[in-house]
Design a protein around this ligand. Structure first.
Ligand code: F1P
Length: 346
């Protein structure tokens, strides 16, 4: 299975007319550090990759906002690999960040959706996501495709470095093959989410909480809501709540908690208790069959079970649907949100 996946990635990256992941895997395996540069949703995909690569391949990862990194004086060595992620492949900040890293000797791997885009052309190697055109300004399926490519990269480097055991690798590959069917299942939540959206469409603030692999998903859920419905939303690691945001919680505050069954489940149970103790309204995204968090939450959204490494591919879907329906109910143009450009080229 791994070989066929590798084949697929190489085939996809052929469009770049440069090396794909297979040609690049030795370089990845010997990297002293991986620096990910991106903006917006692509940056959130990069954050998921930080968990994946550190967990499966044991290489230190830094995830940088390209818009800050490009103006810093970063310390970069020739054994660093920079992964530049961009749906459009035209984001000026990401392009400038990768050019800065390149000028300091780093090797650049691109993950882009648009074939032949400026970022794709500026990289040393890469993989296209081929998620199809993003019709709206806000990235959705591009996120799923970016996370999928990054998962494959983490698995390939992990197997090459021997940090990912063959049995675990096989399990993950088999599980990855089930994801498209589970995404279809998650999309059936649409009707339920329309009902929840109806109740919260007039909220003025939202909080999104997640831990581990679901922390970047919390950030992405909040960003989608801000981008298309213009509701103020904050995403936080659930454990950070007690360091400030907890002061915001009252009976007016909808709190979306991504609390699927994973290694941080017990901890997030206590975060939900903290929110309920302050009368916040909890919209919980849980794993099918869970009973503990559903007993405390105001609304329960059940998604299929999968490995925690792959969970962002599923847990982001109800959050995208929630933002979409709230935005439509508020009369917002979900494809062309105000003030936002498809590719930020300045
Ligand atoms: C980055 C990004 C998107 C966001 C909006 C503005 O774009 O921040 O994530 O949804 O479209 O640009 P990209 O570099 O991934 O094309």
């Amino acid at each position: 299975i791994l070989d066929s996946m590798r084949g697929r990635m190489v085939a996809e990256s052929d469009h770049l007319m440069m090396a794909g992941i297979r040609e690049f895997e030795n370089k990845f395996a010997n990297a002293s550090r991986i620096i990910i540069v991106a903006c917006g949703t692509s940056w959130h995909a990069g954050l998921v990759a930080e968990y994946l690569i550190e967990d499966l391949a044991r290489i230190p990862v830094e995830v940088e906002y390209a818009s800050e990194f490009r103006y810093r004086n970063p310390i970069i060595s020739e054994r660093d690999i920079v992964i530049a992620i961009s749906q459009s492949g035209e984001t000026a900040d990401t392009l400038a960040a990768l050019e800065l890293a390149k000028s300091k000797g780093a090797t650049i791997f691109g993950i882009c959706n648009v074939v032949g885009s400026s970022i794709a052309r500026a990289t040393d190697a890469g993989a296209y996501t081929h998620a199809g055109p993003e019709i709206g300004v806000a990235s959705t399926k591009a996120f799923t495709a970016q996370v999928t490519v990054l998962t494959l990269i983490a698995m390939i480097i992990g197997s090459k470095r021997g940090t990912l055991e063959t049995t675990k690798l096989r399990e993950l590959m088999v599980e990855l093959e089930t994801i498209p069917a589970k995404v279809e299942e998650a999309l059936k939540l649409n009707e339920q989410i329309i009902g929840i959206s109806e109740q919260y469409k007039d909220a003025t603030n939202f909080l999104y909480l997640g831990r581990g692999y679901n922390f970047p998903v919390a950030l992405e859920g909040a960003l989608k809501l801000k981008e298309i419905s213009y509701i103020h939303a904050e995403g936080y690691p659930a454990a950070e709540m007690k360091h400030g945001p907890i002061a915001l919680i009252d009976e007016q505050m909808p709190v979306v908690v991504i609390a699927t069954k994973d290694s941080s489940y017990e901890k997030i149970v206590s975060n939900v208790q903290e929110v309920k103790a302050r009368k916040g309204k909890v919209i919980a995204v849980v794993t099918e069959g869970d009973t503990t968090i559903p007993a405390m939450a105001d609304h329960v959204i059940e998604i299929p079970e999968t490995s925690e490494h792959l969970m962002p591919l599923l847990s982001v879907i109800p959050l995208q649907l929630l933002s979409y329906h709230i935005a439509v109910m508020r009369g917002c143009n979900v494809d062309q949100p105000r003030n936002l450009a498809k590719s930020v080229t300045v």
